[in-house]
Design a protein around this ligand. Structure first.
Ligand code: CP
Length: 331
């Protein structure tokens, strides 16, 4: 794997390889010294043009657990505010030496542009580009589903037959797009619930069913209810009359959460708008996997960084294969 830009072009065997390797990486967290020497001498650059808490910090934690050096770059406080371009920024970071670049950018396609350029010789991970994709979020969501939904937990397995309902602001959600492609590739059945104003025009080409009633979706006893954040920062128009109306029609409130089946899990990528798309009680309930998703994000990102930096042909000097054979011993 040279770059990870999208889940749309990720094959099932590639996705399962990442999930299985993430399971190995999760073992490291339980050790007295939660570190592997696998990427010692390698440099990971976190290039963040948009705000982030979970993604940026978990990529940093993942790189450090693999013993890589980490350079954190935030556009705020950098020469980007003086007008420096992505090309010049990437070339500057490349001159300092980078084996992988993790990029979050407000423009859809920014990660693809960087990966296709000769500005920097490094693997590129898309950590969220505009409203396009957020592949590692979908991978950590799939990992969490495989752990939590009964009948799916086996190594090497996909998510065949798992019923997932994705609810809310699909129009602006890169999380939704990446999940739709990945979960479908892994065999899950995805149902989208949203107001018509928050559905994208390209929806007809997606491998999903679509409805507008969260109550009807809950009546079908799904395995997973994934709530999406209302992305107010991307809304320059009025997409629903009032937050109270949105919460009433499409929010996972206390009453709806109480109607969920005993084995149904509630997911949210974070950050959450408590009281809008999800009630505080639903977010903090035993059904909620919000914090498990965060923890799993470190393991999944360790797997992704490892595969990228050690990919055959990457000329980065670390042999590919399982962590068990590549310095996976505790040090
Ligand atoms: N889920 C997610 O991408 O969160 P952050 O914006 O905090 O990284």
């Amino acid at each position: 794997m040279r770059h990870l830009l999208s889940t749309r072009d990720l094959r099932r065997d590639e996705a399962i390889q990442i999930l299985d390797l993430a399971e190995d990486m999760a073992q490291v967290a339980g050790r007295e010294v939660p570190k592997l020497p696998a990427l010692r001498g390698k440099t990971i650059v976190n290039l963040f043009y948009e705000d982030s808490t979970r993604t940026r910090i978990s990529f940093e934690a993942a790189a450090k657990r693999l013993s890589a050096d980490v350079i954190n770059f935030s556009a705020k406080g950098s020469s980007v505010t003086k007008g420096e371009s992505l090309k010049d920024t990437a070339q500057t970071l490349g001159a300092m030496g980078a084996d992988a670049v993790v990029i979050r950018h407000g423009a859809s396609g920014a990660a693809h542009v960087l990966a296709a350029s000769d500005w920097i010789d490094a693997g590129v991970v898309n950590a969220g580009d505009g409203t396009h994709e957020h592949p590692t979020q979908a991978l950590l969501d799939a990992y969490t589903i495989r752990q939590r939904v009964s009948g799916t937990g086996a190594r090497g397995a996909g998510l065949d037959g798992v019923r997932v309902v994705i609810v809310g602001d699909v129009l602006h959600s890169r999380v939704a797009r990446s999940n739709v492609w990945l979960l479908s590739t892994l065999g899950a059945r995805v149902h989208i619930v949203a107001p018509v104003t928050l559905l994208p025009v390209e929806l007809d080409n997606w491998p999903v069913t679509v409805g507008h009633s969260l109550d009807e979706a809950i009546d079908e006893s799904p395995d997973v209810v994934m709530m999406l954040r209302i992305q107010a920062e991307r809304m320059d128009d009025s997409f629903f009359p009032h937050p109270r109306e949105y919460a009433r029609e499409w929010g996972l409130d206390d009453a709806r959460a109480a109607r969920l089946g005993g084995d149904t899990i509630v997911m949210h990528p974070g950050p959450m708008n408590r009281g809008l798309e999800i009630s505080a009680r639903a977010a903090d309930s035993v059904k909620s996997t919000v914090l498990e998703q965060v923890a799993n994000g470190v393991s999944v990102r360790m797997a992704v960084l490892y595969l990228l930096v050690t990919a055959p042909g990457s000329d980065r000097g670390v042999s590919a294969g399982s962590t068990r054979g590549t310095g996976g011993e505790q040090r």
